[in-house]
Write a protein that binds this ligand. Structure first.
Ligand SMILES: N[C@@H](CCC(=O)N[C@@H](CS)C(=O)NCC(=O)O)C(=O)O
Length: 413
């Protein structure tokens, strides 16, 4: 249904091989023509050494030419951008699916301005691809509607607390970009009920939103632990919260980050509620793109990696300009700068592979714009979810691997 953008490198190799085969056929044909019987014996005597010299020279030249074709076509034949990038650039706007109202992750204020951790990732993709972080149209959607909107081409990327699962990826034809938030499912209860463990939820009513992973996890876990409960299932998230506040259920279960968000933004007295310590699932949350445009997947994936890499390198929104004169080769590479003068052993000019940005079909400054306009991973975590935000979440599993967490940027080289 969607135009395929990938396999450009393979195509170049195929073209190169095709050219070689064609050239070799021509050489063999020429040799056979020259060696064809016909001319008188004396002439044949004269032609044979000449023919041998000619065909040897021709075949050698053709081999060299063919080799050059292959080398030229396979080196850095990679991603020139793909159809989604072309469409996004044509529109001058990135369409990004986000959650409807999920403070800290994505929510809009009275003037319609969106903010949050998932919103910032969309802005980073816009900065990388369009040059400006604010060239994003946010399309709010529930989990199911968001997945459908992505698979039907109504958004270019989905960035909304969606758990990556095998069935969703296959059923909706998606590619997970990477995990940008490691979460787990928890339970929010009123403090005065005295509930502190899962076992104490036995016989209680539990509110849950349909179409989310929470619904299945709840059923499976409570069945396996033989804990009886009454599910109260909602399509509408706001209605679920109202029901908790009105005492219509004893607990709400969802991603624990979502519960922290509900607690500070949707409940009249946050201090009256607590989140139980136990978690019943793994919820790897992350952006997703539609299958069929590998080049776009790479742009989305390496945007996330660039934000993590920038944090690993200590390049933040505040320090990025100063870091442009860093002597760290990784930092220089990420920021699309080459050290001057080039260090000994550098490839001669003209044979150097393109910068990371150009390899993605972007430009040299893509990652500089991401960090200077939006920030590194730690910047957007702290501002939206961490100490500087109402949620005050710990980094926990979302800390860099160098500090004991799970965040690890694939090498940007
Ligand atoms: N990660 C879960 C659930 C994500 C989710 O949608 N959570 C709800 C409850 S915390 C939510 O974000 N609601 C707010 C909204 O849809 O705007 C999933 O992928 O199924």
């Amino acid at each position: 249904m969607y135009a395929k953008g990938g396999q450009r490198g393979d195509l170049h190799i195929a073209t190169g091989l095709g050219t070689v085969v064609q050239l070799l056929f021509s050489a063999i044909l020429l040799r056979d023509m020259i060696a064809m019987p016909g001319p008188p014996a004396r002439m044949q005597f004269a032609i044979t050494p000449l023919a041998t010299v000619l065909t040897t020279a021709l075949t050698t030249t053709l081999f060299i030419l063919a080799g050059m074709v292959i080398i030229a076509s396979t080196s850095w034949a990679g991603s020139p951008g793909g159809p989604t990038l072309a469409a996004v650039r044509q529109a001058g706007m990135l369409r990004c699916g986000v959650s409807i109202g999920h403070k800290g992750f994505s929510s809009s204020d009275a003037s319609g301005r969106w903010s949050g951790f998932d919103v910032d990732y969309c802005r980073a993709v816009a900065a990388a691809t369009l040059g400006k972080a604010d060239l994003v149209t946010f399309v709010p959607a529930t989990v199911l509607n968001g997945l459908q909107a992505l698979s039907q081409g109504e958004v270019d990327i989905l960035s909304r607390t969606v758990t990556i699962t095998l069935k969703r990826v296959v059923e909706f034809g998606l590619h997970p970009v990477g995990v940008n938030f490691f979460d787990g499912q928890g339970f929010l209860v009123r403090r005065d009920q005295g509930l502190r463990t899962l076992r104490q939820l036995s016989g209680r009513s539990i509110c849950v939103q349909s179409g989310t992973t929470a619904e299945d996890n709840l059923r499976e876990t409570f069945l396996a632990r033989r804990i009886a409960y009454t599910p109260v299932v909602f399509v509408d998230f706001q209605e679920m919260i109202r029901t908790l506040v009105d005492g219509g259920c004893d607990a709400v279960t969802a991603d624990s980050s979502g519960l922290a968000s509900i607690r500070v933004s949707a409940l009249p007295h946050p201090e009256d509620y607590i989140i139980l310590r136990q978690r019943i699932s793994k919820e790897p949350l992350g952006p997703q793109v539609r299958k069929g445009d590998d080049d776009w997947l790479e742009i989305a994936r390496w945007t996330l990696m660039a934000m993590i890499e920038a944090e690993e390198l200590g390049i933040s929104r505040a320090s990025v300009d100063a870091m442009r004169s860093s002597d760290n080769p990784r930092a220089m590479r990420l920021l699309g700068l080459s050290p001057s003068p080039p260090p000994p052993g550098s490839p001669p000019p003209g044979t150097k592979p393109p910068s990371l940005g150009r390899a993605l079909g972007l430009d040299d400054e893509w990652a500089y714009r991401i960090v200077s306009q939006v920030g590194n991973y730690g910047d957007i975590f702290e501002a939206n979810l961490g100490a500087a935000s109402p949620l005050k979440l710990d980094r926990g599993l979302n800390e860099l691997w160098t500090r004991g967490g799970l965040l690890f940027a694939l090498p940007l080289r």
